[in-house]
Design a protein around this ligand. Structure first.
Ligand code: SF4
Length: 228
């Protein structure tokens, strides 16, 4: 355990962060806050989040600051989605973040569910990180498999991935989540600070269609991160 310089409470680890965004409406039900961790070594072929792969310590943020950002968001907030990157490759920071989220959401006027994405299997997470799963209402597990990407996968990027509900709140928010269904739009497109980026789970051909639309609008997509 790391002691703080003053010898008081243990220092919170920083979290390598790709981005945090509100509102997110394509990764879980309702209006959500999204937190994308930085760093993933799993290397799924066809991953559209390659900008999250490098574990760059320069992206590290203070968890108290991230919790402060959450607390500053306008209501209503239905849930928090943590994706990546691979969140479970930063287990101490992820545990500290979800511990803080747990304390904060207890004081919210309506239930706030926590959904976490991982490229690892559920059995591996149950073996290595049961304490973190104890802070999640649902997890989506398994690597992305491009040939298993098909329309109608609610909350999942490919058909091999599994939604596992872990709490009573999760049961109400993610009913029949592994069944194919016409769901909400699979992607949000956001423009911030001169960057265009998408949030969500593109279906087959969606990124090429997005590329075409941006080009026809005169936007150069020569260096988009999903092809890097
Ligand atoms: S686990 Fe997620 S971020 Fe990592 S390579 Fe696979 S799809 Fe990409």
């Amino acid at each position: 355990m790391t002691a703080s310089p003053a010898g008081g409470a243990p220092a919170l680890p920083g979290l390598m962060l790709n981005k945090a965004h509100y509102p997110v409406t394509t990764l879980g039900p309702g209006t959500r806050a999204g937190i994308w961790t930085q760093g993933c070594t799993i290397g799924c072929a066809g991953c559209v989040s390659k900008d999250t792969w490098a574990a760059d310590p320069a992206t590290s943020v203070d968890i108290d600051g991230l919790l402060g950002w959450l607390a500053s968001l306008p209501e209503p907030l239905d849930g928090i989605t943590v994706s990546g990157g691979e969140p479970f490759q930063q287990p101490r920071a992820l545990a500290a973040l979800l511990h803080g989220v747990d304390a904060w959401r207890a004081g919210q006027p309506r239930p706030v569910d926590v959904l976490v994405y991982s490229g690892y299997s559920l059995s591996r997470l149950r073996r290595d990180h049961p304490h973190i799963l104890g802070k999640c209402d649902a997890v989506v597990t398994g690597p992305y498999v491009e040939r298993l990407n098909r329309p109608g996968l609610r909350w999942r990027g490919s058909a091999n991935q599994r939604v596992t509900v872990l709490t009573e709140l999760g049961r109400t928010r993610y009913p029949a989540a592994n069944e194919s269904a016409a769901g909400p739009p699979s992607m949000q497109v956001s423009v911030e600070g001169g960057r265009i980026w998408f949030i969500g789970l593109p279906g087959p051909g969606d990124m090429d269609r997005l590329d075409d639309r941006l080009r026809s609008a005169g936007i150069n997509t020569g260096e988009v991160s999903w092809r890097s």
